[in-house]
Design a protein around this ligand. Structure first.
Ligand code: NAP
Ligand code: ZN
Length: 349
């Protein structure tokens, strides 16, 4: 075991603070990574504050990790010391169920090992995430990252990028499709960039009028305020697909009315509260309401390559780790442009 520095929440109502963490000594198939940057996802906040229930304290969040390989086990073949790599939302899975066999490790039937607040496959070792100087991950769950890109801006691709890329691919978004993205935050800004790169006509649906200019710069073709009833009315029946990234409770029925016949609304945001759905919102127009969870390892590598090819990275505000609690408050207030990323050098000093 090696002791490394990290930041942890000790309780739901406490700020994150320095915490010494034990990482396992790398085994034969393990890659040890010195973390350079880690993005701040709203899921980190939901978990640190136990908004979904089930948080195991102390919790070290962080699943948008980019770093350099600092050591490798004797059987590792894909990576060597010094390689630039990434780690996303999970660090292992059973490897033999139907979903793992189909490269859908995110839906592992035997329970995958999420990067934090989860159990390794021994079902007893708790996982700790990327707000930390180092992480040890089995080779199969490590991703290759081009070091030609600005690494701080690549880190958010490991969650926000794949979470939006995967449903856009799965529901076959293509040139000319009318795509709406709800909520301009970390996931939302990546959804706009990726959908636009796929050739879709992208409309940003936001409650924040000051974000209109940014939506345009990100590649959205239209911006509509969701707080104005006349806007919602005029968009009825307009979209092929709606990507909903909102982190707080909101009325799904009003967004379903914006879909065309046979349109699909994909839920990505996970508000802690329940929302009621009226059957009529789906029946009239044969509409689908679906959800999607991050993406498998193979698809994450495909997304990284797609983003490199299309020159897509995240718009980031780099912070030192002692600003993490402030960053949480600003994210909740919607004041994030459009992902906070921790410079992990600030933890090493
Ligand atoms: P974020 O950066 O905080 O963005 C969320 C956006 O939602 C905000 O910028 C805001 O956009 C909108 N919003 C927030 N509160 C709202 C409210 N009360 N009413 C209406 N709109 C509101 O969060 P994120 O990191 O993108 O994550 C978004 C959600 O996705 C979280 O629930 C997170 O846990 C979840 N998530 C899911 C997956 C998955 O695999 N499905 C993966 C990662 C994250 P506007 O100001 O433009 O309205
Ligand atoms: Zn995330």
């Amino acid at each position: 075991m090696t002791q490394v520095k990290s930041y942890a929440a000790q309780q739901a109502d406490q700020s994150l603070a320095p915490f010494d963490l034990e990482r396992r000594t790398p085994g034969p198939t393990d890659v040890e990574i010195e973390i350079l940057y880690c993005g701040v996802c709203h899921s980190d906040i939901h978990t640190a504050r136990n908004e979904w229930g089930g948080t195991m304290y102390p919790v070290v969040p962080g699943h948008e990790i980019v770093g350099k390989v600092s050591s490798v086990g004797s059987e590792v073949t894909k990576y060597k010391v010094g390689d630039t790599v990434g780690v996303g939302c999970f660090v292992d899975s059973c490897g033999h169920c139907n979903n793992c066999a189909e490269d859908l490790e995110q839906y592992c039937e035997n329970g995958n090992s999420m990067t934090y607040n989860s159990m390794l496959q021994d079902k007893k070792t708790i996982t700790y995430g990327g707000y930390s100087t180092h992480i040890v991950v089995t080779e199969k769950f490590v991703l290759r990252v081009s070091d030609k890109l600005p690494l701080e801006a690549v880190a958010p691709l490991l969650c926000a990028g794949i979470t939006t890329y995967s449903p856009l691919k799965h529901w076959n978004v293509k040139a000319g499709d009318k795509v709406a993205v709800v909520g301009l935050g970390g996931l939302g800004h990546m959804a706009v960039k990726i959908a636009a790169a796929m050739g879709a006509e992208v409309t940003m649906l936001s409650r924040s009028p000051e974000k209109a200019k940014d939506a345009d710069a990100l590649g959205a073709h239209h911006f509509e305020l969701t707080t104005a009833p006349e806007n919602m009315k005029k968009m009825k029946g307009r979209f092929d697909i709606i990507i909903d990234t909102v982190s707080a409770q909101h009325d799904y029925n009003s967004y379903l009315s914006l879909l065309k016949t046979d349109g699909t609304m994909v839920l990505l945001g996970v508000p802690p509260q329940m929302e009621q759905i009226h059957a009529g919102s789906l029946i009239f127009g044969r509409k689908s309401l679906v959800g999607s969870l991050v993406g498998g390892i193979k698809e994450t590598q495909e997304m990284l390559d797609f983003c490199a090819e299309h020159n897509i990275v995240s718009d980031v505000e780099v912070i030192s780790i002692d600003k993490i609690n402030e960053a949480y408050e600003r994210t909740i207030a919607g004041d994030v442009h459009y992902r906070f990323v921790i410079d992990m050098a600030s933890l090493k000093n």
